[in-house]
Design a protein around this ligand. Sequence first.
Ligand SMILES: Nc1nc2c(c(=O)[nH]1)N[C@H]1C(S)=C(S)[C@@H](COP(=O)(O)OP(=O)(O)OC[C@H]3O[C@@H](n4cnc5c(N)ncnc54)[C@H](O)[C@@H]3O)O[C@H]1N2
Ligand code: MOO
Length: 413
Amino acid sequence: MSCASLAKGLLDLLEARERMIAAARPLTDEERLPLEQAAERVLAHDLVAGLDMPGIDNSAMDGYALRLAELSDAGLPVLMRVPAGAGAQRLPEGGCARIFTGAPVPEGADCVVPQERVRLDASGRVQVLGEARPGANIRRRGEEYRVGDTLLEAGASLNAAALAMIASQGLAEVAVRRRLRVALLSTGDELIEPGIPYETGQVYNSNRVMLQALLAQAGCEVIDLGIIADTPAALHQAFVTARDRADLVICTGGVSVGEEDHVRPVLEQLGGIRFHGVAIKPGKPFAFGYLDDGTPDGTPLIGLPGNPVASLVGWQLLARPFVQGCQGGEVAALQQFAVRAGFSRRASPGRRELLRVVLDWQGGQPVALLAGGQGSHMLRAASQAHGYLMMVADTDVEEGHDYPYLPAGQFVG
Ligand SMILES: Nc1nc2c(c(=O)[nH]1)N[C@H]1C(S)=C(S)[C@@H](COP(=O)(O)OP(=O)(O)OC[C@H]3O[C@@H](n4cnc5c(N)ncnc54)[C@H](O)[C@@H]3O)O[C@H]1N2
Ligand code: MOO
């Protein structure tokens, strides 16, 4: 989208995202962890294979290992039994071996025939039914990778399969990047914590638990500073405390333009703003800057809007890639593909709107339907959406036309 069509003073979403990614300075501190504590952490160094995989030629099936050249109508006697875990052995001439999945293929054998494809005659000799091919059902030593190969690159996120692969190398520990320490604070005198009796005009703090969950999913250590009073002095004090304890400060609310919105002026006093305002709906009053001298040597601060869905979108599209970059992880490009809209909707002037939608499969094709109310305070649709249908600023959605769809799954973790 050209900048000319953006609402005045607002950055385009993709430019703001690029700026956040470029601003991230990867943490260099690392720690060694037992594998059972390393799930979803970021690998600190390339992982190089110390063992061939598989380590031996082994059977992929329960069956019989044999020499193809010795097969005849007379069948082969079973001369040995090789369970998984057995040591190296040689197949005697003129016979075959009973073998099990994962067991070492005895030297000399060039094929494993699954037990379903043999018949044992009255004397217990093995007759192969159908054709047997050289090398069939033998998993060769090193066929997946060899000693010295790079298995994972530094920055990889340790998912369950990655942890299993590290374990399969015989390693009990792994070096990972230290968790990013994030100070989290909510502003707003109307806010009360869940569990407290409600009085008219008050608002339960829903951003706090949402961001705690999102930060935990992203592998951060959360320093929760709770609700801060809506005064410049209280916010000033909270930012100083946060700055001294954390690598990054995230606050929600008070980031718009009213006289009750103190985030921007206090950030300007204590450091400097890099940008404020992104041409998206929800999520417009997103702010990014640094405490201390306002340069990247200071502590970064992200101001998310108070409206809960605006806060969620600001996290997913802008704050999360910054956090991933700071953790030394990979920041994937936004995943999107075209999906048909099952509704029509008027455009927002000057902002891309991210509609919370569910996919309905109609005749094998996905069709996007609104997941519910689209106000930036409406959590119900956000909690049920499968993803976002991204509208172009100033362009209406017309039912039956295709639009970019961003699956929500890409924002998890
Ligand atoms: N004159 C203008 N007014 C507003 C503009 C604007 O450009 N000009 N922008 C609007 C947009 S867009 C948004 S988004 C909001 C964001 O405002 P703030 O970030 O300053 O947030 P608050 O005013 O503090 O709160 C907005 C809304 O969200 C509720 N809230 C705040 N914190 C929480 C929380 N932790 N949990 C649940 N709900 C929260 C708060 O009660 C308000 O209802 O500004 C528009 N206004
Ligand atoms: O950008 Mo705000 O999030 O529309 O409500």
